[in-house]
Design a protein around this ligand. Structure first.
Ligand code: FAD
Ligand code: NAD
Length: 471
């Protein structure tokens, strides 16, 4: 039986990063993953690389180019005729991006001398797991420490059972073979809006059914309300407060019944994406045998250091509390590896940035205005629209704004919220500033290059003390 210092279960951004860091710190490490490609080959990188962040962003980029070419370049004097979308080529490119990155993870693990084991892990007891390969071969592996990084899977709803044909989850929506004429999406969360945007840009008529009356409940209201206007103007038909009652398959496609605005409604779709959240994945892991506890929602219970009830077993990423984000998983993975090696790492959970890759993009770090007001905080707010930013004008990307919230007494930044082109990149400045406890004045005193979108960050910081120059 193989014996390791550390056994990592799951090779997503939580697990593979933890394994590399363990090996860098001199620990004999193995990483187990059960995921296989559509062709049945073992693959590393988890949800993020195979069926999450990376393929979705590849399709968002392809569809963004297409929409830009067909709708926006004319105003630059660029004439395009006969543009069309070849879905098969777009998918092949996406698959190639995924393959390159997953093979990259394999070579990183190899370079760092991490053993990789392909198969499903199941705890036998608190010091040993059984690994069963896709072909049925079984082996026992033991270790002094374990890091559980088994991620999450799509949540299901009884009213719309996924059949992987017409009714799909996010994984299915990443590999349609044609643009559906009528696409339904259940859930106006991050997946629904990102993947709904992909297929809308390519020509689908997209209807999004959201149970809540509030659009993007976790997002700052100023940003969410503006995003709602922009996304609906683009053509996403978002129905808030829609309660899906059932689905019916027929020759015409899939009929979705829902209660909306006090009446029973039905819409026909060619494809339906169910994107109603994700749930922690501990299926078949037999954590009970290891003495590891789950909370009522199925998350592995850990303390702020990612330690379970068993001091030698840690858990990181989507399978534990906190945001289900790849970068959060990786930071926890690194911190756990360093803790195992005797170091005293720190994860700044207060400053985990969020990005939604709609266009314009939505990004934020820290708290939103409603959360701060609910806490009774006295705040000052600076806002700056991209409409007044020279670079945004030149790019033709004038939608949205930067909203900066600072403590009224200390000026310390408490939240930064962006709706705009490249918000995903701009948020890094705010994250760094907040991680260093910066004030809005610190950002206001920082020289920003001209002309850049980042100048909108500078102006929003100036606006906190009512001294924005260009608005
Ligand atoms: P995962 O990436 O889920 O990896 C867990 C791995 O463990 C899997 O490979 C699984 O096969 C393996 N495993 C599970 N159980 C066992 C077992 N018993 N034995 C062996 N192996 C096992 N996040 C972002 O930050 N940015 C984004 O842009 C983004 N986009 C996304 C888009 C989509 C469509 C989806 C679905 C998710 C997206 N996410 C994004 C979320 C992100 O993918 C997750 O937060 C991240 O992958 C979590 O990492 P993890 O390591 O915890 O788990
Ligand atoms: P989500 O929580 O973002 O959104 C789910 C939405 O579905 C919510 O608005 C919810 O109110 C709605 N909903 C739930 N049940 C419903 C029902 N029965 N009918 C209609 N609406 C219903 O979840 P998601 O979009 O599935 O994404 C899951 C997670 O994956 C995200 O929370 C995020 O952590 C991660 N993710 C991140 C990114 C990113 O960082 N850009 C991208 C994709 C996914």
């Amino acid at each position: 039986m193989s014996q390791y210092d550390v056994l990592v279960i799951g090779a997503g951004p939580g697990g593979y990063v933890a394994a590399i860091r363990c090996a860098q710190l001199g620990l004999k490490t193995a990483c187990i993953d059960s995921m296989v490609t559509a062709g049945g080959k073992p693959t590393l990188g988890g949800t993020c690389l195979n069926v999450g962040c990376i393929p979705s962003k590849a399709l968002l980029d392809s569809s963004h180019y297409y929409e830009h070419l067909t709708r926006h370049v004319a105003e630059h004097g660029i004439k395009v005729s006969g543009a069309s979308i070849d879905v098969a080529t777009m998918m092949k490119r996406k698959d190639k991006v995924v393959q390159t990155l997953t093979l990259g993870v394999a070579s990183l693990l190899k370079k760092n001398k991490v053993d990789t084991l392909a198969g499903h892990a199941r705890f036998v007891d608190s010091s040993e797991v059984e690994v069963v390969s896709a072909g049925g071969a079984s082996q026992r592996v033991s270790a002094g420490r374990f890091i559980i990084a088994t991620g999450s899977v799509p949540a299901k709803i009884a009213s719309a059972p996924v059949d992987d044909r017409r009714i799909v989850d996010s994984t299915g929506a990443l590999c349609f073979d044609a643009v559906p004429a009528r696409l339904g999406v259940i859930g106006a969360g991050v997946i629904g809006l990102e993947l709904g945007s992909v297929w809308r840009r390519l020509g689908a008529q997209v209807t999004v059914l959201e149970a809540l009356d509030t659009f993007l409940a976790p997002v700052d209201r100023t940003i969410a309300e503006e995003a709602f206007k922009l996304l609906t103007k683009q053509g996403l038909d978002i129905r808030l407060g829609a309660r899906v009652t059932g689905t019916r398959q027929g020759a015409e496609g899939v009929a979705v019944g829902f209660e909306w605005q006090g009446a029973s409604q039905e819409l026909q779709f060619d494809r339906l994406i169910v994107a109603v959240g994700r749930k922690p994945n501990t299926q078949g892991l037999n954590v009970e045998a290891a003495g590891v506890q789950l909370d009522p929602r199925g998350f592995i219970v850990v303390d702020s250091d990612c330690r379970t009830a068993q001091a030698h077993i840690y858990a990181v990423g989507d399978v534990v509390r906190g945001p289900m984000l790849a970068h959060k998983a990786s930071e926890e993975g690194v911190a756990v590896a360093e803790r195992i090696a005797g170091q005293r790492p720190h994860v700044d959970f207060n400053h985990v940035p969020w990005v939604m890759y709609t266009w314009p993009e939505i990004a934020w770090v820290g708290k939103n205005e409603a959360e701060l007001r609910a806490e009774g905080r006295d705040v000052r707010i600076g806002q700056f629209p991209f409409m007044a930013n020279g670079r945004a004008k030149g790019m033709g990307e004038t939608s949205g704004m930067v909203k900066m919230i600072a403590d009224a007494a200390t000026d310390r930044l408490l939240g930064v919220h962006i709706l705009g082109a490249n918000a995903s990149e701009l948020i890094a400045e705010a994250t760094l500033a907040m991680a260093f406890d910066a004030s809005s004045e610190d950002l206001a005193l920082t020289v920003h290059a001209h002309p850049t979108l980042a100048e909108a960050m500078h102006e929003a910081a100036l606006a906190v003390s009512q001294r924005a120059i260009h608005f």
